[in-house]
Ligand binder design. Structure first.
Ligand code: PGA
Length: 254
């Protein structure tokens, strides 16, 4: 069985307002990493782009910078008002970019075609694409969650050929994001295992090596149980990534 590492990603979303607060948070995480209180884990943080160049000064091989999104229409540059290109994120030092977070799907009506374009640009820029998938509450209640997640992944993977070094899947049930209602370790493991079976239909190496992260109200109390499941290779953390102590506790929980 392939031994996968544990990856813990902090998604800061549109927080905080002040650059100084973003810098302080990154500095605290960088300090913990340099004292090696977090070992054998890869920590990553995705600040808002407005703070990214400041946060980048605290990032390192142990604490990677990530983007939260990128432009679908160009890999490099052009007339796309308000967009940030994959090449611009890479130039800042970002190593990975979130693609298709449920908040992007919900508030910006992002389609699978659009996400596929973004993934092509992210990987062409030498970064990892973190494809976020997950069902809504009504889809979970209708027991269609496996189909929803399979469709979200298939629609991308059938249009672009990727290696395990280029893609990460983050399973984030929408009903668990920011709600304090976490999927149980068993519920999450069940979907992660199904994702791995699905990936095997594309490529056995991708299925074995791809990091599949769980996201949705992961916190210092529930992290250890979730991260102990065999197909959960880390976490995508929103709210709890905004407090350095909580984020570090989650990193240490694995
Ligand atoms: P949450 O967010 O940890 O606040 O639920 C997770 C996410 O949106 O990635």
């Amino acid at each position: 069985m392939t031994q996968r590492n544990i990856w813990i990603m902090g998604n800061w979303k549109t927080n905080p307002v002040m650059t100084q607060d973003a810098s302080n948070l990154a500095q605290q995480l960088a300090g913990a990493v340099s004292k090696q209180t977090v070992q054998h884990k890869q920590m990553m943080i995705a600040p808002g782009v407005i703070h990214a160049s400041t946060v980048a000064t605290h990032c390192s091989e142990q604490l990677w910078l990530m983007g939260q999104d990128c432009c679908a229409y160009t890999q490099t540059q052009g007339a796309y008002t308000g967009d940030i290109s994959a090449a611009q994120l890479a130039e800042l030092g970002a190593k990975a970019v979130l693609v298709g977070h449920s908040e992007r799907r919900q508030y910006h009506q992002e389609s699978s075609e659009l996400l596929t374009q973004k993934i092509k640009h992210v990987t062409a820029s030498g970064m990892l694409a973190v494809l976020c998938v997950g069902e809504s509450l009504s889809e979970r209640e209708a027991k269609t969650h496996f189909d929803v997640v399979a469709q979200q992944i298939t629609s991308v993977l059938q249009s672009v050929t990727l290696t395990a070094a280029q893609i990460v899947i983050a399973y984030e049930p929408v009903w668990a994001i920011g709600t304090g209602r976490t999927a149980s370790p068993e519920q999450a493991q069940e979907v992660h295992a199904a994702i791995r079976v699905l990936l095997a239909k594309f490529d056995t190496e991708i299925a074995e090596k791809t990091q599949i992260l769980y996201g949705g109200s992961m916190n210092p109390k529930n992290a250890s149980a979730l991260l102990s499941m065999s197909d959960i290779d880390g976490g995508l953390i929103g709210g709890a990534s905004l407090k350095a102590d909580d984020f570090l506790t989650i990193c240490q929980a694995a």
